[in-house]
Design a protein around this ligand. Sequence first.
Ligand code: HEM
Length: 359
Amino acid sequence: MPDPTPPPLTLFDKALRLLGIAAILAVAVAAFAYVSGRLDPERLKPRDLVNALQTNNGVHPGYRRNHAKGVCVIGYFEGNGQLQGLSSSPVFAQGRTPVVGRFALPSGNPYAPDTSVPLRSFALRFSLANGQQWRTGMNSMPVFPVGTPQAFYAMLKAGTPDPATGKPKPDAMPAFFASHPETGPFLAWVKGAKPSASYATETYNSINAFYLSNADGQRQAVRWAVVPQATDSTPAGPDAGADFLQADLAQRLAGGPLRWTLRMTLAEPGDPVDDASKAWPAGRKTVDAGTLVVERMQPQISGQCRDINYDPTILPSGIEASNDPLLAARSAAYASSYLRRTSEVDQLSANAPAGEAKP
Ligand code: HEM
């Protein structure tokens, strides 16, 4: 009968095994160094983007590092079944899906007056009955100024206050726009944009493209928007004050729920799906997928939206991210912002802007 005990390891065998372990460790360390950007000091890191937002807006503990001023809203989405041929997600079947949302202003300053920017944002988290979630953050502009995280970083740098004056260098932003012609469509929109008097009358756009996928594995590139059913859109008047958006929302909700139509715009072959700075030609086919209903609001410092990271890459099956490089950058930057603000949450009520209810 053969002896089952393996022969003792020679010194050479032991050295070979140790070398093998060392090689595996070296590969793991190199992978971590690559992912964290240590091997390439030129590589843009999520923390660089969030640090630049902080430099431009100041640090306001507990608040989002961008879109800091906002309010939570609660409601539901009522699907109408019309998108079911294009997407396998049950969110588009007939029926209700609960939603936790957040309206906000795009700036890292929670004290910014509501007239400071002509932009408003709307973020949504749909909680599907099958346990999946769909999170989306939409803006009221139709296109993003730039198409890459690197260009967005350069734009943030152009807006950095000069320590000597406390304001950005006057020629920095014009120089940035001149060297980034892709900002043209955004600048054309800005020319006619005015701060609205209400969150309820705005259209909010996904801007980034995504894919809908159906049970046969077919994919259709789309951009979506929620289009208000309220029709009394007006710009904010000169005496509107600094914090009228929340008061307007409370007044409207006291009169009943607010509604938006969720509209999908379908790309045609050749439409750019990886560049959020480029609009798609007018006249693209659209499909209305259902109605978003907002029933009540909550203060953001204690409401259900506070601890939600509206990462746009969290998608249910039946919706897929495109290759737009902004999507991955957003996901990473929102995580960095989320980790910072959730570690400071105990400081929130002490820092709450005037008028924001304490928890
Ligand atoms: C590289 C480009 C971008 C960067 C670095 C960036 C960064 C950020 C950060 C750090 C936050 C705060 C996240 C949190 O703490 O929860 C935020 C919020 C937000 N961003 Fe972006 N963003 C980018 C592009 C975009 C684009 C293209 C859109 C298009 C619609 C967008 C829409 C929003 C919205 C709606 C919010 C507010 C979410 C909420 O209400 O909680 N962002 N962004």
